[in-house]
Design a protein. Structure first.
Ligand code: AN0
Ligand code: CP
Length: 312
């Protein structure tokens, strides 16, 4: 594998899950694979889990890591072509990506959407510029439209926790005070489409995600109906896709409660706002998988890096 850009880069999800579980059992087994190789992690946005788990994964493989908060510490990067750069940007992505490629054997990038310019977000301006102008492999650490390290993690976590052959998995929209991206939901959907699960999405009217991603998955606007017999409830807020980037609803009637989800396992990518997205009683219960998900981020990243290192 060269780049890891989307869930569609996963060839056979069950063999990937199996390999990730093996890595989890013995994380230091391939400690020599990454010797003298450097992973550069570039953040245009904040992170706790992705930043630490991806570095941890690299360290487990014997790699070195370099981390930079690009938006704060680097020169402003220009992404448009042919611009007369007499404004705020100081260097072009053509040079920036080529330069970082001199120091790193693999580059991982986090670049959130604008949530204002749908066309720019959908063409993945930042991530695609790195793919185009870097000379080394690129890993997506959450781009404008996808978060494939999270999606892979979620697939692993569901596999670890399902006793049934074909569990029912519900992706539920939940409230939030800020306009959030669609990336986590998109990659979760793509991962579930690759697995043998009964999958439904529940969200309020006006919050349907990109139909090119949801395809023929049932979208139920009644959360209660969607939650019937659920084995896993995956909560996530996203801003409207149709009224792009807007918040249409702020009341708490879609909050996830113990009463609503019963015995279903609860999942969330984190960070999560307590008592806005989900009540304390759910997060503090035995049925919450959120910390296990965060742990699995390391092994998902390690699997991806291992596949890239083997191909260098
Ligand atoms: C981001 C999002 O919703 O995409 C990152 C989640 C991993 N969340 C926030 O900005 C709160
Ligand atoms: N789940 C996740 O990607 O978390 P961070 O934004 O903290 O990296």
């Amino acid at each position: 594998m060269k780049n890891y850009i989307s869930i569609q880069d996963i060839t056979d999800i069950y063999s990937w899950i199996k390999e990730a579980k093996k890595i989890k059992e013995n994380p230091l087994k391939n400690k020599k694979l990454g010797k003298n190789k450097t992973l550069g992690l570039l953040f245009f946005n904040p992170s706790l889990r992705t930043r630490l788990s991806t570095q941890k994964a690299a360290l487990n493989l014997g790699m070195n890591t370099i981390v930079m908060n690009v938006s704060e510490d680097a020169w402003g990067i220009e992404f448009e072509n042919g611009t007369i750069m007499n404004g705020t940007t100081a260097e072009h992505i053509k040079e920036a990506a080529a330069v970082v490629s001199q120091y790193c054997d693999v580059i991982a990038v986090r670049a959130f959407p604008t949530l204002k310019d749908k066309e720019k977000d959908e063409r993945e301006q930042v991530l695609n510029a790195f793919i185009k102008y870097a000379s080394v492999p690129i890993v997506n650490m959450e781009s404008a439209t996808s978060h494939p390290l999270q999606g892979l993690t979620d697939a692993i976590t569901i596999a670890e926790n399902s006793s049934k052959k074909r569990p029912k998995v519900v992706l539920s929209w939940a409230p939030h005070v800020k306009a959030l991206p669609h990336a986590v939901a998109n990659s979760f959907i793509e991962a579930m489409q690759k697995m043998d699960v009964e999958f439904v999405i529940t969200n309020p009217e006006g919050y349907n995600l990109n139909s090119e991603i949801t395809k023929n998955i049932p979208i139920i606007h009644d959360q209660k109906v969607a939650f019937e017999n659920a084995d896993f409830v995956y909560a996530k807020n996203w801003s409207s896709y149709d009224s792009y980037g807007e918040i249409l609803k702020t009341d708490l009637d879609w909050i996830i409660t113990k009463d609503k989800i019963g015995d279903a396992k609860f999942m969330h990518c984190l960070p999560v706002r307590r008592n806005v997205v989900v009540e304390d009683a759910v997060l503090d219960s035995e049925n919450s998988l959120v910390i296990q998900q965060a742990n699995n981020r390391t092994f998902a990243a390690q699997l991806v890096l291992k596949k890239i290192l083997k191909n260098l």
